[in-house]
Write a protein that binds this ligand. Structure first.
Ligand SMILES: *[C@@H]1O[C@H](CO)[C@@H](O)[C@H](O)[C@H]1NC(C)=O
Ligand SMILES: *[C@@H]1O[C@H](CO)[C@@H](O)[C@H](O)[C@H]1NC(C)=O
Length: 224
């Protein structure tokens, strides 16, 4: 089975990748993308992991690469197996391990939102499969108690209620730890209204998980 290519497109920002389940990282775990730039990565069959975009990045006085949103705290453009700090909009992807299997993918705001993004199956193999996205700027509608602001006061990220308040109800833990007991909340509904295809809380599977077979390539776009 041919390795599917994963392509990222964006405004100036710094995408990051994290491979899950203790498997080897992709050939890049972080890179700079100029406006309209693209970068292609090969992922092996069975690959599972996430993509996110870091914004407002700079080299701090001690020489460390640092981002105001979704930083992975590696001190470098490469994340080297580290995840991003919340809030971060995510693309999550699990590729089939063989040609007859299915890929699973979603966009997730469970860890909050920092920028709009999308994922689209591409090429002939992906032609019958659906794209998914969080197309809206959730920052513009973020409730004050979830907002992350930059030095100049503009909202650059929107925490999920789980990240902001860390309660069992918002995080779907304890007595709320299952699809029967964890439900949308007044906060998750704000995210869902703006990004109906994205996970707005942990058990939002029905409207947020997508599948495709035939091992297509995927195009991930930041700020579509
Ligand atoms: C193909 O992969 C799927 C999971 O993606 C798995 O369930 C299935 O058993 C695999 N089939 C073969 C023939 O290995
Ligand atoms: C959500 O509900 C909680 C608890 O009832 C309340 O304190 C909070 O202000 C509400 N937030 C919004 C954005 O509606």
């Amino acid at each position: 089975m041919e390795a599917p290519a994963l392509v990222a497109l964006a405004l100036l920002m710094w995408p990051a990748t994290l491979t899950g389940a203790g498997k080897p990282q992709l050939s890049s775990t972080g890179f700079e993308l100029p406006s309209k730039g693209s970068f292609s990565l090969d992922a092996p069959p069975g690959w599972s992991g996430r993509f996110w975009g870091r914004t407002h990045c700079f080299i701090d006085p001690s020489g460390k690469f640092t981002c105001a949103t979704a930083d992975c705290a590696s001190g470098q453009i490469s994340c080297n197996g580290a995840g991003g700090v919340s809030p971060a909009s995510l693309v999550e992807l699990t590729l089939a391990s063989n040609a007859s299997g299915q890929d699973y993918y979603d966009t997730s705001l469970v860890d909050g939102f920092n920028l709009p993004l999308s994922l689209a199956p591409a090429g002939a193999a992906g032609s019958g499969c659906k794209a998914t996205s969080c197309p809206s700027n959730v920052n513009a509608a973020c409730p004050a108690d979830l907002a992350v602001k930059s030095g100049d006061g503009s909202v650059i990220g929107c925490k999920s209620a789980c990240v902001a308040f860390n309660t069992p109800e918002y995080c779907c833990q304890g007595e709320f730890g299952g699809p029967q007991t964890c439900h949308p909340t007044n906060y998750s509904r704000i995210f869902k209204k703006l990004c109906p295809q994205s996970y707005s809380y942990a058990y939002d599977d029905k409207t947020s998980t997508f599948t495709c077979s035939g091992s297509p390539n995927y195009v991930i776009t930041f700020c579509p």
